[in-house]
Design a protein around this ligand. Structure first.
Ligand SMILES: [Zn+2]
Length: 487
């Protein structure tokens, strides 16, 4: 619960509100007004909040902490108005079954309040001067300064220009597990401007030997929330967006779009292929890694260079591969995923800095049991169905796609005039209805030619294929492709 109050706190009353017989711990934090700030003496403070905004954001922070530390109950009250030296400005009480979660939740709440709560304070000085200080701006860290990254900027391969590129970059990390944790930590440390995390999992005790962003107090918490909090604490200058959801065929392209580099840290082939195919289609470089026991592989996939993931696993279905090589639940040496995750971060940073060298045409093999490392050239297989059809995979950004509806009824189709063509999409082995112009649904080249020539209305047996292809062509900028509705 989050509240604002103009009255001084009644500590006993606040503690009484947190009485819980099942709680083994009560952690209380008091933020007090001190008599100096940034080297200047202070005589009193005035706090002013936009109540509605502050209440909404405060409540969001409290809810997030309770989700992050299961079992914790948080009461947080912030003062407004004029406060004297020594008075309590913010009171946070957390009850929890165990002390660890209590301490962790309390710390999370105060850090997030400093960073996010829209509240201003006016400092009064002994000479009569007074000035407003935005608390959230004040909490913006020294890390935004050059000093945080000084030792990295000193590298001639980075420099101030390279650092600016990193600060402007957007990186997507799919899977915040053994690979994603160290990778994200090093990307945040390096000052990558925006990190997007996607994972639907919760922290488990058996994760902790390798998933270094999490603590024992966070078991049961959504991974992306725990990771985001840890990364923000590590480098508050980095903007972290956390999506507690599965990466699926439905959202793959939307997630990949708008990012400069993608890191795949998932542990199953089904998702690896999804991430890979979305990156290939949108032309976004992908840094992929996989670990089995003591050894791992690292690949940088970039469209048109050195073969793709399908080249590596020819003629095997994803279901087959997942039965044989799904890493979820398998035994794993913690440092192996650590090393591979850090290597992923290194390759991502090199791509952002334009220093990737031969990496997009190589597979790196690392074995921590015998200490060997090997880089082998990765070439496209001549029989790879994906690499052979790269020209048909148009680079497109679904976010920028036309938002007008692709659906038309017969009257709408007729209104397009005589220049419009109507095409019936056939499945393999299907005969088109008589009188219709038929094109196989899989013949994308022919359909693209037709789409480029003028308005194109697609129809098919069930209306599913025509709708999917109309949407696909629209993501490629063909605004005059429609799917005929059955009605
Ligand atoms: Zn290929």
């Amino acid at each position: 619960m989050f509240e604002l109050t103009a009255a001084p706190f009644d500590d006993t009353a606040l503690r009484a509100r947190l009485d819980r017989p099942d709680a083994g711990a009560l952690v209380v934090f008091e933020g007090r007004v001190r008599d100096h700030h940034l080297g200047r003496p202070v005589t009193q403070l005035e706090y002013e909040a936009f109540d509605e905004l502050a209440l909404a954001e405060g409540a969001a922070i409290v809810t997030e902490s309770e989700r992050l530390y299961p079992g914790a109950r948080v009461l947080c009250v912030h003062r407004t108005g004029t406060l004297r030296i020594g008075e309590v400005a913010v009171w946070i009480g957390v009850t929890s079954p165990h002390r660890q979660a209590g301490f962790a939740a309390c710390r999370h709440v105060i850090e997030e309040l400093k960073r996010r709560l829209p509240i201003w304070k006016k400092e009064h000085h002994p000479d009569g001067a007074a000035e407003w200080v935005n608390c959230t701006t004040e909490a913006k860290p020294a890390s935004a300064s050059a000093e945080y990254h000084a030792r990295q900027i000193a590298l001639p391969e980075v420099g101030a220009q390279g650092q600016a590129k990193l600060a402007a970059a957007r990186v997507l990390v799919v899977g915040v597990g053994g690979l994603g944790c160290p990778a994200a930590l090093y990307l945040a440390g390096a000052g990558v401007g925006r990190l997007t995390l996607v994972d639907s999992g919760k922290v488990e005790l058996s994760n902790l030997h390798r998933q270094i962003l999490f603590t024992a107090a966070e078991v049961g918490a959504p991974k992306v929330l725990a990771a985001a909090a840890r990364l923000r604490a590590h480098n508050p200058a980095v903007e972290i967006t956390a999506h507690e959801t599965e990466f699926t065929a439905r959202n793959a392209r939307a997630f990949v779009a708008g990012h400069d580099v993608v890191l795949d840290g998932t542990d199953n082939f089904a998702t690896r292929f999804l991430v890979h195919d979305a990156c290939l289609a949108l032309g976004v470089p992908l840094v992929s890694a996989a670990v089995h026991r003591f050894e791992g592989t690292l690949d940088v996939f970039r469209r048109g260079e050195g073969g793709c993931l399908h080249c590596q696993w020819p003629g095997r279905s994803v279901a087959e591969l997942d039965t044989a090589g799904n890493c979820a639940g398998a035994p794993v040496f913690g440092p192996a995923v650590g090393v591979l995750g850090v290597m992923q971060a290194a390759e991502a940073l090199k791509l952002l800095l334009g220093r990737e060298g031969d990496a997009p045409r190589q597979t790196h093999l690392v074995n921590l049991l015998d200490g060997s490392m090997l880089a082998v050239a990765r070439a496209a297989r001549p029989d790879c169905p994906v690499c052979a059809r790269l020209d048909q995979l148009k680079t497109s950004n679904p976010v920028a796609a036309s938002d007008t509806s692709p659906f038309l009824d017969r009257a709408g189709a007729a209104a397009l005039g005589s220049k419009a063509r109507t095409v019936y999409l056939t499945e393999p082995g299907e005969a088109a209805p008589s009188g219709a112009t038929a094109v196989p649904a899989l013949d994308l080249s022919r359909l693209r030619e037709l789409a480029a020539a003028g308005p194109l209305v697609l129809t098919c047996r069930y209306g599913v294929r025509s709708a999917a292809l109309a949407r696909l062509f629209r993501t490629e900028g063909a605004d005059q492709v429609f799917a005929l509705t059955k009605s």
